[in-house]
Design a protein around this ligand. Sequence first.
Ligand code: GDP
Ligand code: IMO
Ligand code: MG
Length: 431
Amino acid sequence: MANVVVVGAQWGDEGKGKIVDWLSERADVIARFQGGHNAGHTLVIDGETYKLNALPSGVVRGGKLSVIGNGVVLDPWHLVNEIASIREQGVDISPETLMIAENTPLILPIHGELDRAREEAASKGTKIGTTGRGIGPAYEDKVGRRSIRVADLSDDATLEARVDRALQHHDPLRRGLGIDPVDRDALIAKLKEIAPQILPYAAPVWKVLSEKRKSGQRILFEGAQGALLDIDFGTYPFVTSSNVIAGQAATGVGMGPGSVDYVLGIVKAYTTRVGEGPFPTELDDDDGLRLGTRGHEFGTVTGRKRRCGWFDAALVRQTCATSGVNGISLTKLDVLDGFETLKICVGYELDGKRLDYLPTAADQQARCVPVYEEMPGWSESTEGARSWAELPANAIKYVRRVEELIDCPVALLSTSPERDDTILVTDPFAD
Ligand code: GDP
Ligand code: IMO
Ligand code: MG
């Protein structure tokens, strides 16, 4: 049975949530494998909007098992609130439908404070534009071997020892930033208070998934962020603090590399980015404004305006390679309706030479000038199209050119925020 990984192939907000929700009909288990509540995934089902941060997008469908894997960093207070608000929308969430890996590191309030304090203290050019949710500091504690993990919530003595170990690191750091030392007893009390609301969902996820795989169940791995925000392959240091690329799916839940059969890259028909960092095709003209307005490009988590630009085929070809993408889902094609001319970046000029990828050195990235190809737009509407036959000829030409340039086929096409406004070309779950 096929298992599918969904990853963002640009800088996030490509429409992963919508596609994961759509594909979840074909899956038994939906598993998050990295990131945290820096993610903002919006689903629209029969006019009702659901906004998810930490919960896998499969929860809304019902009857599926949703999993938060060990590769995630989890804010337990946020999760409890998110569960409550999604339940208010009529979604059933219980330990039968949601499972959290016992070895998942927690995001504590001190991580968010540190994240925000560093951003405030950053000089011009060094600010990352994080979501301020403590993602970076929580991952630092994980690799620094001083995290408090979900399993630690089950024993008071262990929990207190873990907190003491973490504070040995955090108190001197806070002093340097002019923040008061942590109130140890208050933090421990807060953790003890939340523990009974988290522990019922805790499970050995690696074991459960191994058994499910053996019994032929299908797993849909849900990525957050996008490959250009990957800690290794993104536009470092303007990235998030986890591996975002598809290889992380197995590590992030405790499965082998052979557990992934198909990688679906989610690709927006143009480009957006929230936060700081290089963006070769960024537009600060009327076309950029039009993309932002038509695409409602405002961040789900922070409400920030997303930066907008033309489609960058060189970058997507690169992320399709680093994630081993088998097929893409092209989203928000409808946002391009009505443009007279569309531009696609096919490579860069750097110091008089032509490049077909974005170099790693920051100074070179900054000097890369996009090389564009122009295509005629279309005046007809593609919004809500559910078959190829409904697409204007120039829209089909644009899709075909994208496929050629990124060297990867289109498996799905999305034409509105609504779940069912989706065109299936190749089923990623088909064996
Ligand atoms: P994610 O982080 O990758 O899940 O993406 P977000 O949910 O943050 O942002 C994508 C936005 O575009 C959401 O508001 C979706 O409802 C919306 N969306 C998804 N697919 C389409 C599409 O094909 N057309 C349009 N117009 N909007 C879409
Ligand atoms: P989804 O899953 C877009 C960006 C932030 C910032 C950088 C680091 O909705 O696609 P962090 O808080 O992670 O330390 O911030 O990463 N970022 C995202 N941008 N979509 C996301 O998630 C993002 N998650 C983080 O804006 O530039
Ligand atoms: Mg998003």
